[in-house]
Design a protein around this ligand. Structure first.
Ligand code: CO
Length: 324
């Protein structure tokens, strides 16, 4: 079973809500559309974002048996009034179920994370309707994942056995980061790194039960490469950094990361750091910074045993999703 835990969709029927700053979809043809933020062209997308048939055909070509289908983060709406974000989430989540009628497409919902009660309620509604997990952004404005409201939501996920996929979004903007896709190439890995730090140092892993299933996108960003720096700082500058009960390396068995790192040396570091039980195939399909063909790196990585390869390609994800 080859299972891709990191893919995105955009529903073709996304309505224009008429709210300033809300993403809109301009459908240019049967096969192409443009995501617009205000009047700015944000990203050109194709029918593999919304067509189950196209997705299933491309999965078959890449030898992928199933994929988790998550929202595209620009549509989260965490910066909007909560009641607007609920409306966005409901439309998005209901349209996702129209795309994911085949068992091979596993829908993850989005929630209005700025309001924990509404987020828990939307998650419950979605789980009842057929969603299998939730994708959350890695921060809500200036609040990181150790925010009390976010932790309340994560505790609810743990209580309901809901897998959580954390995706970076809403990267810092500045003249230096707005060139060369630097928000994606530098900002996203740093955002994800910061999220893992916030869950460790913010005591989230001390507060939520070990049953919480959480996976970070893009190999956990720059976290694995800099774990040693983090560990050293925790011991040497404990006056500033030592707010978690244990040193950072203690918490590595509390979360997973996906595999979309493009380089065998990086994958080896991830598997060495996280363990072969905590790396899962992810591709970022169908976007241009995703892996194509999906799973190519894991399949070709010479250092992996057959058993480890099978786990990373699908066995770990089956556990994450609670599949038999
Ligand atoms: Co992604």
């Amino acid at each position: 079973m080859i299972l891709d835990v990191h893919t995105h969709y955009v529903p073709r029927g996304w309505p224009d809500l008429g709210w300033p700053g809300a993403p809109r979809l301009r459908v240019d043809s049967e096969r192409e559309a443009m995501i617009l933020v205000d009047s700015r062209e944000f990203r050109k997308i194709q029918d593999n974002c919304w067509s189950a048939d196209v997705r299933l055909a491309e999965m078959a070509a890449d030898g992928v048996d199933a994929q988790v289908v998550s929202p595209t983060p620009v549509f989260f709406g965490y910066e909007r009034p909560a009641e607007q974000a609920v409306r966005v989430a409901k439309i998005f989540n209901d349209l996702a179920l129209e795309i994911c009628t085949d068992d091979r497409l596993i829908p993850f919902c989005q929630v209005p994370l700025q309001d924990p009660d509404l987020a828990c309620a939307e998650l419950d509604r979605c789980l009842e309707q057929g969603h299998r997990g939730v994708e959350i952004g890695n921060h809500v404005g200036d609040r990181d994942l150790d925010d009390d409201g976010v932790v309340q939501f994560l505790q609810h996920c743990a209580a309901t056995g809901t897998p959580v996929f954390v995706h970076p979004w809403d990267m810092e903007s500045s003249p230096r980061l707005n060139r060369w896709m630097a928000q994606w190439l530098v900002g996203m890995p740093a955002e994800t790194h910061l999220s893992i730090l916030s869950m460790i140092l913010g005591g989230v892993f001390d507060r939520v039960p070990p049953s919480l299933k959480v996976c970070f996108a893009h190999g956990g960003g720059s976290f694995a490469f800099w774990l040693g720096r983090f560990e050293n700082a925790w011991h040497r500058r404990n006056d500033l950094v030592g707010v978690s009960e244990f040193p950072p390396s203690h918490y590595l068995d509390r979360f997973s990361v996906d595999s979309v790192v493009f380089d065998e040396r990086a994958l080896r570091l991830l598997v060495d750091t996280m363990g072969e039980e905590r790396v899962m195939l992810g591709s970022d399909y169908p976007y241009p910074l995703g892996e194509s063909p999906v799973g190519g790196l894991i399949r070709s990585a010479a250092f992996l045993s057959d058993e480890a390869r099978a786990r990373i390609l699908g066995g770990n994800a089956a556990v994450f999703l609670g599949k038999k």
